[in-house]
Write a new protein. Structure first.
Length: 160
């Protein structure tokens, strides 16, 4: 086999491995909770939330100029309610979902191998930093609970 053919073979093998890695990391990328995405408008978030929940509470935050809302989920088997926080420009900047007891494992949120783990023996935390690329802002996913297997809640918010 000529050197040129060997070089072309290595290039194609390299491309195949890169494409496999991109596909694998995309498959393991964390899902956005309940169809909500950071940065979406308050109006869009409300449209999504009204399909699945009833608004329980809304508070203005004087210090930060935004507002925080609590929505009770109507018929979700895994989660009971969601907290949505908006900035003064009415963009979604924080999402917290509260799980029903023993329904959501930490690994259901994202790949545990890539998480920063912390525990004091009674409380557990898994934290992921997600770098979406292409000009999108990085964000954190923080899953917490008192069980080593099941989470109590998890939050999604922008890296400061």
């Amino acid at each position: 086999m000529s050197k040129q053919k060997i070089l072309i073979l290595f290039v194609f093998l390299g491309l195949a491995l890169v494409m496999q890695g991109v596909t694998a990391s995309a498959q393991r990328a964390p899902r956005h909770p309940l169809g909500l995405q950071l940065g979406m408008s308050e109006e869009s978030a409300h449209q999504q939330l009204k399909k699945i929940a009833s608004q329980q509470k809304e508070e203005r935050e004087e210090e930060e100029g935004g507002e925080q809302e609590v929505w009770i989920l109507r018929s979700d088997a895994k989660f009971s309610y969601v907290i949505a926080k908006f900035n003064r420009e009415h963009s979604l900047i924080l999402i917290t979902v509260v799980a029903r007891p023993q329904q959501v494992r930490y690994g259901d949120v994202a790949n545990l191998d890539s998480a920063a783990k912390a525990s004091d023996g009674q409380n557990y935390s898994y934290k992921w930093k997600v770098e979406p690329g292409k000009g999108a802002r990085a964000y954190i996913i923080n899953a917490r609970g008192s069980s080593p297997e099941f989470l109590t809640s998890y939050s999604v918010y922008y890296v400061r």
